[in-house]
Unconditional design. Structure first.
Length: 117
């Protein structure tokens, strides 16, 4: 399984970005959970959003109401729509696939998101 993330960039506070994670080597419809993580300089990596095959989604408290995770099984792509971005959202964002409950087995390369104030 390979994951390819893209869509990061530089945006002003209040702006929006949409990250995409293209999955290859396995059908997205057979992957139990897809997640987006982020890691800011000097900080620990944190789980931002999760999309489970049954449609359940969960979010980090600080992004609730601003970020939306979704998957397009036909295109084998997972998205993270990020609205009302804040400078504290600045980080490298990674997508990850969970084939084993409770464990992310595969990771994409990161995509940088920078939000200017």
């Amino acid at each position: 399984v390979q994951l390819q993330a893209c869509g990061g960039g530089l945006v002003q506070a209040g702006g929006s970005l949409r990250l995409s994670c293209t999955v290859s080597g396995r059908s997205l419809s057979s992957i139990n959970a897809m997640g987006w993580y982020r890691q800011a300089p000097g900080k620990q990596r944190e789980l931002v959003a999760v999309n489970i095959l049954d449609g359940t989604t969960t979010y980090l408290d600080s992004v609730k109401g601003r970020f939306t995770i979704s998957r397009d099984n036909a295109k084998n792509v997972v998205y993270l729509q990020m609205n009302s971005l804040k400078p504290e959202d600045t980080a490298v964002y990674y997508c990850a696939a969970s084939l084993t409950p409770g464990q992310y087995n595969y990771w994409g390369q990161g995509t940088q998101v920078t939000v200017s104030s």
